[in-house]
Design a protein. Structure first.
Length: 130
């Protein structure tokens, strides 16, 4: 059982962040990054920035993994049961994090270039927290 900061409900059905990760068949690093973004500040608000930095680290690990494997330049994501529209309000994400999550939720693939852009955007957002 996951702690409360990983749980959410849609239409009276309870879910956990792991359900999103499993449904989208995200790799370890993309799933971990998504979990850190969605839980940022919910476990303990004093760790908000640290959670986002960990997400950024995992996105970079995924980018390196893709570059090392030279995997057709993309991560293939299946069509979602969990859509960004359903989840954006639940997690009350700031607009900068919403954009990052929307890319992961609504696209059928994420290219290495897009993943690099996501890392850059997340890093810029983290800098605003100082």
């Amino acid at each position: 059982m996951r702690p409360d900061y990983y749980k959410f409900s849609i239409e009276n059905t309870d879910y956990q962040v792991i359900d999103i990760i499993d449904e989208k068949e995200l790799s370890y690093h993309l799933g971990t990054a998504l979990a850190y973004i969605l839980r940022a500040g919910k476990k303990d608000f004093s760790t908000y920035k640290q959670d986002l930095e960990k997400a950024s680290t995992h996105l970079r690990f995924e980018l390196k993994r893709l570059q090392k494997r030279n995997e057709l330049n993309a991560v293939i994501l299946p069509h979602p049961l969990f859509t960004f529209d359903k989840l954006s309000d639940i997690f009350e994400l700031p607009p900068q994090l919403s954009v990052i999550c929307q890319v992961l939720f609504d696209h059928t693939f994420v290219s290495q270039e897009t993943l690099s852009d996501i890392c850059f955007c997340l890093d810029m957002f983290i800098k605003t927290l100082d």
